[in-house]
Structures are given as structure tokens and as C-alpha cells.
Write a protein that binds this ligand. Sequence first.
Ligand code: SPQ
Length: 427
Amino acid sequence: MALSLTYNKPSLKGSIQVPGDKSISHRAIMFGSMATGKTTVEGFLMGDDCLSTIACFKKLGVKIDISDKLVTIQSEGEDSWSEPSEVLDTGNSGTTTRLMLGLLAGTGFHSVLAGDESIAKRPMKRIINPLREMGADIRGRMDGQYTPLAVQGTGLKAIDYTLPVASAQVKSAILLAALKAEGKTIIHEPIASRDHTEIMLEHFGATIAREDHLIKLEGGQKLTAAHVQVPGDISSAAFMIGAALITEGSKVTLKNVGINPTRTGILDVVKQMGGIIEIEEIDTQGERSADLTVTSSALKGIEIGGDLIPRLIDEIPLIALIATQAEGTTVIKDAEELRVKETDRIAAVVKELSKMGANIEATEDGMIIHGPTPLTGAEMTSYGDHRLGMMAAIGALAASGEIVIDDPDCISISYPNFFEQLNLLTN
Ligand code: SPQ
């Protein structure tokens, strides 16, 4: 059901803990299912995407319990998984679909992966090509470009592979397959992408070598169960950071947010735009995290591209929104990957922000935004994309009229208590 939002230029005040990191939560379930023993996950994101990952592993026979604060995975290791009698439903989650391909390729059984309408349009060849080089038997529409995908598990061999796109999902699928492959897999990563898989491999007892754009992993390593502490998701925090920046008189603290350097491009951009943000690092055992305090700020337009893009790829809809309130021009380039996310995020962001009165144009690989422009009420479409839905809701804080969001429910993919927390900060 559509949601109507009308704000009277509020100030945001207070402190919240945003939900757990989506990328780390997916991986915690996958690693816990591969490892032998009892894995516990604290701070797990109970969003729809991560729940899809849990449902898939349950269909493989892995015992997973969800209690109030803890997810517990009890597994006898990868070899104990059983052939699923049903299709593994990956929902809206690209991460689940792609990483599971790497995991299922080296099993001894047959499985079928399929997700929703959006997943059926997202490219899978980027994963299947290297996996086929490793010996995987995966079939699907258009030679395996699109789901549903059938995987006949088989023996795999290591590869030496240069990533053609800066994608953590491609890198991770290869690494997960490499664990079962014969020999040493070498991955060349010209531009760094998020490294949660590499960090978790070490955390679960594997030996992985990482040096200067090269990752090396010896096959046949067994994983041991571990405790995973999931920090808050910086991609979710980004929306509250943006909200505080563009509303006058705001000061918001976001507690325990993951600040893995492969994900903190948004913090660099905010600082470059003139945003006031304090970062107080917390002493943690696993992934780095910090309390972030953001104050409303006068922003200026900047140029964003190159190696920075993979470090903030999911934050671009929000960055485009705050750029409409910044003085001067913001240019976002080298971000053609946005065209193959949950929706074409270049076309969708430009169309939706234009409805609100933004001066924004699309380019092949990004967008150009001229600011500042006053935002007005509009009927916004989310395209079932959680990040587009949240962009519209944060836009409502700065808009002069009513913002209607067609499908606010999609926000629960990554941020189930988004409106609850937004209400807390605006009241
Ligand atoms: O999981 P999914 O649907 O691909 O989610 C998105 C998102 O906006 O939440 C992208 F649409 O995040 C990806 C991210 O863009 C999550 C991810 C990961 O956990 O490894 C990596 C990035 O994708 P990619 O294609 O660059 O590897």
C-alpha cells in the first residue's frame, strides 16, 4: 500500500543503532553453514534479503535457529548439506543468488536457484564464466545469464582470474568455490571492492594471502565455527546521515556503524561536500565500527568517480539526493554498474528526483546534479528497490509538499525498522 509523507521541515535529533550490515549478515550464515560446529551471529540483519539466505540453507538441511538477539547455526560442514527437493528461493537478493552459485558449484548434488522479477533481470554470466572455468556445470536462460539457474555440483579446479568488474559478489563467488577446488586460486582485483568475504575466511580459520590487488586461496581448507559480531550497516546509516545533513538544526548519532574502509566512500564524500561528521571508532574484535555524529551542514557539489565508486556504490541514490541540496554541480561517473542493480539506478534516480524538482541528468555511467534546488511534493515510484524507496522518504524531509511512495514495504529488504527510526529522530 502506498505511503504518504508530509514533513514541515523537521530537525532530526537523537541517537539510534541502525540494523546489522547486510553483506556481513549474508556471509555469516553462509560461513556458519560451511563450517563445522556451532556458529553464533550477533547483530544479524533480520531484513528480507538475509532471511532469504537463511531459508536457502535450511533447504540444504542446515539447522539455523533465530532467537531474539542471536542467530545460531549448527552444521556438520559443507559435506553434510543435502540435495534440496525444492527450488532455492533467493527473493530479491543478488548477494544470495551470486554467492550461492559459488557454494553450490562444488557440492555433490543438483540444485536450482531462482528469485523474484528483479533477480530474473540481473546478469549472472559474470559469476558463471569464472565458475565454468573452474569446471562448474551451471545452466540457465541465455546460456546462464539469467535465473532460474540449475547447478549440477561437481569437482572444481583452481583458477587464475582477473576480475573484469569491481564486484564483491563475483570475487566472493569465486573464493567460496575456490575453497572446494583443487589447487591454489589467484584473483587479480584491479579496483578493490568490499572485502567481507576475505575477512570472514580468516575469521573461520582459513588461510588467505592478500597483497597489492592479488588474493590467493588454497583449496581444500576446512572452516571451523565461530562467533560473528555484525556491526550496523553503513549503507543503511547513509540514509540517516543524509537526512541530518539536509535538514536544518539537526544532530544525530548513529551507534556502532561498520567502517570497513572498503565501504566508507560515503564518509569521504560527505566530508568533501563540507558535511560535518564526527567518527569515534569503537574497540572491536572483528570488522571495524564507529559511532558517527552528523550535524546539518551547508554542502557543496563535488566530482565522484574512479576507485571511490565501489566504496559507495549502494549509497549513490542518497548521494544524488543530497547533491540536489548542495551548492554547485555534482558529477557522478564510472558508476555504470548502477544500471544492473535491483533496478537501473541511474535511470530510476534521475526520473524520481526530477519529479521532485531536482535539476539532474543521466549520463552513460552516472549522473550530473545542479544544486541547490527546492524539492516539492511528488508521487514517487520505488521500482521495488529498497534504496529508491528510502531515497524518496529522506527526500520528503526536505520537500515542501506531500511525498507518496508507491511500495514502501520494499524497504524491509535491508532496513526493516526504517520508518520507526526515522520517526524517532524526527519527533
Ligand atoms: O544483494 P544485492 O541485491 O546485490 O544488493 C546490493 C544493495 O543495494 O543492497 C546491490 F544492489 O548490494 C550489493 C553491492 O552493490 C551487495 C554486495 C555484497 O554483499 O557483496 C556487493 C555489491 O554488489 P557487486 O555487484 O558490486 O558485487
